[in-house]
Design a protein around this ligand. Structure first.
Ligand SMILES: *Cc1c(COP(=O)(O)O)cnc(C)c1O
Length: 487
């Protein structure tokens, strides 16, 4: 295989005068466009024949790594296998041919799908009602915080401007709080990775709107003190927010609503299986406990007494937070997933996610530094290699995994450990896959000791090896010019 196919841009394959199309002669005269509508110089477009275009894009597509091509243990992101039946259902014409502005009477089935999923999520989360309108986890956090603000202001309590967020939280938590116009206060974790209740207590006063928690937290540790935390938060007049982006280990095991959480979001694209690499598509439904449902955003889908469904808008509700009723294709996949697994299947998924994570953790801890001992839930964090003398970092290990055909785990997050390497195997992987991965991780640890240079200069087998991450983030070049392509 010509490796140029993997790294050339379509512009570099271009040759002057080459074409991949042939238009029939039209019967019109040449009509000159007004000069103010004309550009001064012709656009720089690639000139390529059809086979070159086809090969170029097909070869590029084989560079793509996905859960359909290999194991993808990306902690916090839940890259589990997405059953193909979900795709079939989401791509059915009765779903793809809907128009978002159709009158409710013509989309009763779609509204029933929405309402059914909303009802199931309320059952799974132990909440009163869900909105499926938000487009992503972060969007759900923002919506949830806006609900919390609306609740406080409905009581005339306007001095609550702070949100307390643990130092282990996902970066979207403080970001969403800031976008919602709230101040962020950090609460520390203890040695065992759970929120330090003694640090939290003095932070709680009448200026706090909410405390955001993730449970199991981003270290994969179950927060055992939630009942105590919930009563402290409620005594202070604040609400408790649950980041349920990653609900896998909780399915059928425990419900945020039963633990005292008031508002939560779920990432359908993670827990309820929609392919979501590269930033989309997503869906971040928000659930609230009884007494907060009137603040959920407009429109809401309700079931009428005669069994039909309608859309309602109310004055107490937040305005619309998305153009429509959210990402319908993702909702369809989620409902297909829930129905195909059923109650027992869902609970099994949670248990297996936890079992798989603990298996990989225990098998690897003789090579990788496990900073927090004990049972984890669906994911766990190593602090780099046990042997720090070789100078091989977590980044090096992650890059070397690419040579071995694995997607890298999440690295340098959470920020609690310098060399964080966060692994989430998910429930959909077989023991064989896990064993192969474990063997490769041990190989890399051995190689780090015997031949550290090879690990430090990895990857050696990928089309792009070591881009300058910082330069790429600060000064990305996203357009083509002859100049860039030569430099
Ligand atoms: C993924 C994730 C989010 C953000 O979800 P997006 O859909 O990417 O916006 C928030 N919190 C946690 C714990 C997550 O894992």
């Amino acid at each position: 295989m010509n490796r140029d196919f993997y790294s050339n841009l379509i512009f570099e394959v271009s040759r002057p005068g080459r074409k991949g199309y042939h238009l029939p002669k039209n019967g019109f005269e040449n009509v000159a466009l007004p000069s103010q509508l004309m550009r001064e110089t012709a656009p720089e477009l690639p000139e390529v024949d059809e086979p070159s275009v086809v090969r170029h894009y097909n070869n590029l597509s084989t560079n793509n790594f996905g859960v359909d091509t290999g194991f993808y243990p990306l902690g916090s992101c839940t890259m589990k296998y997405n059953p193909k039946i979900n795709e079939e259902i989401a791509s059915h014409p009765s779903i793809t041919h809907l128009h978002p502005m159709q009158p409710a009477s013509t989309v009763q089935g779609a509204l029933e799908l929405y309402h059914t999923l909303q009802t199931y999520l309320a059952e799974i989360g132990g909440m009163k009602e869900f909105t499926l309108n938000p487009f992503a986890g972060a969007h759900g956090e923002l919506t949830g915080l806006m609900v919390i603000r609306a609740y406080h202001s409905s009581r005339g309590d306007n001095k609550r401007v702070k949100v307390i967020v643990p130092d282990s939280a996902h970066g979207t938590n403080p970001a969403s709080a800031a976008v919602a116009g709230l101040e962020i206060v950090e609460v520390k974790s203890r040695e065992d990775g759970t929120v330090d209740v003694d640090d939290l207590r003095p932070l709680l006063d009448d200026t706090v709107a909410a405390v955001m928690m993730t449970n199991p937290n981003t270290l994969g540790i179950f927060e055992k003190n939630i009942p105590e935390i919930a009563s402290l938060v409620h005594d202070a007049g604040a609400l408790l927010y649950y980041d349920g982006a990653n609900l896998n280990p909780m399915l059928g095991m425990a419900r945020p609503g039963d633990m005292g959480f008031d508002v939560m979001h779920i990432n359908l694209h993670k827990t309820f299986s929609t392919p979501h690499g590269g930033g989309g598509p997503g869906s971040g439904p928000v659930g609230v406990r009884e007494g907060l449902e009137q603040f959920l955003p407009n429109p809401r889908v309700i079931k009428n007494e005669d069994g039909s469904f309608s859309l309602t808008t109310t004055d107490t509700a937040l305005g619309s937070i998305s153009a429509t009723l959210g990402n319908f294709g993702v909702q369809a996949r989620a409902l297909a997933y829930i129905l195909s697994l059923g109650n027992e299947g869902l609970a099994e998924a949670g248990k297996l996610a936890t079992l798989n994570a603990n298996y990989v953790k225990e098998k690897l801890r003789d090579s990788y530094l496990l900073p927090i001992d004990g049972l984890c839930k669906h994911e766990f964090v190593f602090d780099g290699l046990n042997d720090k003398s070789t100078g091989v970092t977590t980044l090096n290990v992650a890059k070397r995994l690419l040579d071995r055909g694995y997607h890298a785990p999440t690295i340098y997050f959470p920020l609690l450990f310098h060399e964080a390497l966060m692994i989430e195997p998910t429930e959909t992987e077989s023991k064989d896959t896990l064993d192969q991965f474990i063997e490769v991780m041990h190989d890399i640890a051995r190689e780090a000791a015997e031949d550290p240079e090879t690990v430090k200069t990895a990857p050696h087998l990928t089309p792009v090896t070591r881009p300058d991450d910082t330069e790429a983030a600060l000064h990305p070049i996203v357009t083509w010019s002859e100049l860039n392509s030569k430099s």
